[in-house]
Write a protein that binds this ligand. Structure first.
Ligand code: ATP
Ligand code: MG
Length: 408
């Protein structure tokens, strides 16, 4: 890097975290720890929090040979990562320079050259965190605007509908210059709200549910019920892949696989077929709750949406809610249409994996006419035929954990 090339950094604006009053410090420290963890797989970066803005600076030299071969630069890759860190509302690449009028004008003209050449109108907006800076914000904007007009003769100033807003921020130690920001992931820092256990099937809905709750600050573990050999090893692998894809947003995922075959066979052999689906779901919730509580998780999360299938009627949801005795079941998709859910699945990058055609354990032994309005007394009569506690304990004991490290 030659000395007069402006050095680039990433600026990330903090969202709701800034509103958290006394908790703000712990929110910010969680946010920065999440950010650093995220960037560790890209390279060495320094991340600092300054007045509700995080700065990300690369501490490593780029590899010129890799860049020549078309590989994305470290800062390109870091920027992509930053867009998936919950807690930031916008991200922008910026140039840093000395807090001097000449340097700021020079930097604006050179750093934003490509963007300025493409547009016809612009305006400059300045902010001073350092009130000792000799110019007021409007004076600084006018100065930089004048310098840009001189350098680029095709440009005109438009204060109301500019094609590009050139932003100058004068901070305590230095100044930043940048163009428009990109919307980032929003929400709250993962783990700032505690931990949740997502019931993850291979379908479209549940990864979206996990994404939404991580966005509200939960660290998300996933639990999957697998009925080998009725559901194949490939089906299990698909769900692990989904957990990994979801983890691009939610971070590390503890992925639990519960062997579910024995329970489903017992239900098939001992209980009335029409109740099979809802009894299966009650077992899922019992086992998930036992495991969640053991692991210190404070809620269950499902991808259910009201009325979507037979087990998601109000009566079906009531029947499953009633078996969760210690923690709530959160259903972030409850009021969404399938189209909305699909659009979100595409946005987070799980849709293509979800539609791969592998069977789910919900589909095996499923009755032709599942009960859509099961009576609690009927369900309890069926369950009275079983040793519930032993079945749940056995399933929890045989559950296998795979730790999915973010980005691996
Ligand atoms: P999805 O697209 O998430 O599979 P779905 O429309 O297929 O949803 P159901 O099969 O009724 O709906 O499942 C509802 C919810 O129950 C899922 O979103 C998921 O949270 C949970 N679930 C279903 N099957 C499993 C499974 N095998 N393991 C873990 N959770 C499951
Ligand atoms: Mg499903």
């Amino acid at each position: 890097m030659t000395p007069n090339t402006p050095s680039e950094l990433i600026l990330l604006k903090v969202g709701e975290v800034a509103l958290k009053g006394l908790n703000r410090r712990s929110f910010e420290s969680q946010l920065m720890s999440n950010l650093r963890h995220r960037l560790r797989r890209v390279g060495r970066f320094s991340c600092e929090m300054l007045q509700s803005t995080a700065t990300v600076t690369c501490l490593e030299e780029e590899d010129p040979a890799a860049l020549l071969l078309g590989a994305p630069s470290l800062i390109d890759r870091a920027f992509e990562e930053c867009l998936r860190v919950f807690g930031f509302v916008s991200a922008t690449r910026a140039a840093r320079c000395a807090k001097e009028q000449q340097a700021i004008c020079e930097t604006a003209a050179s750093y934003l050259k490509e963007q300025l050449q493409k547009v016809r109108t612009f305006k400059v907006e300045s902010k001073r965190a350092d009130k000792r800076f000799p110019l007021t914000s409007p004076e600084l904007s006018a100065l930089v605007g004048g310098a840009l007009l001189e350098r680029y003769s095709h440009l005109k100033v438009d204060l109301h509908h500019p094609d590009l807003v050139v932003r100058v921020e004068v901070r305590d130690r230095e100044a930043f210059v940048h163009g428009d920001a990109t919307p980032a992931a929003g929400g709250l820092p993962v783990a700032s709200s505690g931990r949740g256990t997502l019931l993850l099937s291979g379908g479209i809905d549940s990864p979206v549910a996990g994404y939404l709750m991580a966005r509200r600050g939960l660290r998300v573990d996933a639990i999957h019920f697998h009925s080998f050999p009725y559901t194949s090893e490939m089906a299990r692998q698909k769900v692990e892949d989904l957990a990994r894809l979801m983890g691009r947003w939610t971070g590390d995922v503890d992925f639990y696989v519960v062997p579910f075959t024995d329970i489903q066979e017992t239900l098939r052999d001992k209980c009335a077929p029409d109740f099979f689906t809802i009894l299966t779901r009650r077992f899922m919730v019992r086992i998930a709750e036992a495991l969640a509580v053991e692991k210190g998780s404070g809620c269950l999360i499902t991808g259910e949406s009201l009325g979507q299938v037979a087990s998601q009627t109000l009566q079906g949801l009531t029947a499953t809610d009633l078996v969760a005795e210690r923690i709530p079941i959160l259903r972030p998709l409850i009021g969404l249409d399938k189209d909305d859910i699909v659009a979100r699945a595409r946005h987070i990058g799980t849709f293509e994996k979800s539609i791969e055609p592998y069977e789910d354990c919900c589909a095996i032994f499923s009755p032709k006419h599942p009960k859509t309005k099961p009576k609690l007394s009927e369900l309890e009569a069926e369950e009275a035929k079983l040793d519930l506690e032993a079945m749940v304990r056995d399933a929890v004991e045989r559950t296998e954990l795979t730790m999915i490290k973010y980005g691996m």
